[in-house]
Design a protein around this ligand. Structure first.
Ligand code: PLP
Length: 392
């Protein structure tokens, strides 16, 4: 065994001890936990027969999300991707427009941009937040863009830059107030892809509440889940009404008539998913406390291994530590660790492939220098991050 492998074996043994895993027991990357009122609310929902488009759990989940995040409005959606799609549409993102985002994100961020017919501009991330870098954003706008009639124009392509979508990676918030200032200066709408950051607060304010819209995912691998689901957060009453309208087939409210005033989407969250979400929301503070305690244990563990860097929460924020991450000195060592951990039922995985390397985007994007993303992507590993996990 190489020197590294010996060290990596002790790390994996320690991770398994933290999770109190039995021999041969699988440790998932992130598992949901259903120890609250989930079954009770699901039964209530089934008994009521209101399992799909409307029902009291949808209204309650939206209200509870406003209370928890401090957002003025919350519109429950089918998933985080549909939430993002609607947010982009409400920022008037259209065929041929440009939308700025980061190359290190889950595919859904850039898929939603493509659903609008828009083209992504990839701007680099910061090493500390793993999210869109305000400095790189500013330098792109200064050198490559101009403002005409309160519209930001990309000089080489002549296209309009309608929106900027930073993503709060693995629950670390981007330097969002700086990004917001820059977007305001350049007349660019800000949408936060907060799919992974429910429970992350930046300077005391919940992530997703800084932009025109923030969107969250409740997929099964997230901090809390509704099975499938998402939410649009926004602060403006008119925009919230328009978001609700578009996610509900653009039906004009009426007791019996079916009049739709534009092309809408069936993007609403079913009541049965909202029932699950209400039960999960009751436990969010416990989940976040436990995830933060886990991060503390990891921080202590990795302080003993100078060759592995545990990514601690950046300044100015309280992170949900959705997925804990470590950095290796290089790709080879990262791959050695991944091979060893996964062969021992300890689920670890690398970050996503960079979005500009994917076939649909490599020739259909605006590129900027993304050295930090390239470096981080080659060295990062996500390690098991459930606060606890259900044993079969
Ligand atoms: C960064 C990011 N954006 C968007 C999504 C899309 O959410 P969903 O899977 O609920 O559609 C996810 C997660 O799944 C995500 O991680």
């Amino acid at each position: 065994m190489s020197q590294h492998l010996n060290e990596y074996q002790t790390v994996i043994d320690s991770i398994r001890r933290i999770f109190d895993a039995k021999e041969n027991e699988f440790i998932p990357l992130h598992a949901p936990n259903f120890n609250g009122n989930e079954k009770k609310y699901l039964n209530e929902c089934i008994d009521s027969t209101f399992v799909s488009s409307v029902g009291p759990f949808v209204d309650r989940a939206e209200q509870d999300l406003c209370t928890y995040t401090g957002s003025n409005y919350a519109i429950a959606c089918a998933n985080g991707t549909s939430a993002l799609h609607i947010a982009l549409k409400l920022c008037n993102v259209e065929q041929g427009d440009l939308v700025i985002t980061q190359p290190f994100s889950f595919i859904a961020t850039v898929n939603a941009i493509s659903y609008c017919g828009a083209i992504p501009v990839f701007v680099d991330i910061d090493e500390s937040t793993l999210s869109l870098s305000p400095q790189k954003l500013k330098s792109f706008l200064i050198t490559e863009c101009t403002i005409e009639n309160q519209t930001c124009i990309h000089k080489t392509t002549g296209k309009k830059i309608k929106a900027c979508v930073p993503m709060h990676t693995f629950g670390f918030c981007a330097e969002i107030d700086e990004i917001k200032t820059i977007c305001n200066e350049y007349f660019i709408d800000l949408i936060e892809d907060a799919a992974e950051s429910l429970g992350t607060f930046y300077k005391g304010k919940h992530s997703g509440n800084f932009g025109k819209f923030g969107t969250v995912s409740f997929n099964g691998n997230k901090t809390i889940t509704s099975g499938g689901g998402g939410v649009i957060l926004c602060q403006d009453e008119q925009l919230a009404k328009m978001a609700k309208h578009l996610t509900t087939q653009a039906k004009v409210p009426h007791a019996w008539e079916f009049f739709h005033d534009q092309i809408g989407y069936n993007y609403r969250m079913p009541n049965i998913n909202a029932a699950l979400l209400c039960a999960q929301l009751e436990q969010i503070n416990t989940f976040i406390d436990q995830k933060r305690q886990l991060a503390k244990k990891y921080k202590e563990l990795f302080s003993k291994y100078p060759g592995i860097q545990f990514l601690d929460e950046p300044e100015n924020q309280k992170s949900n530590y959705w997925l804990c991450s470590i950095l290796f000195p290089n790709k080879e060592q990262r791959d050695e660790f991944l091979g060893l951990a996964n062969s021992q039922k300890t689920m670890c995985r690398p970050g996503w492939e960079l979005l500009f390397t994917l076939p649909m985007f490599e020739k259909n994007c605006v590129m900027t220098q993304c050295d930090v993303a390239i470096d981080i992507q080659s060295r990062l590993v996500n390690i098991p991050s459930s606060p606890y996990f259900a044993r079969l």
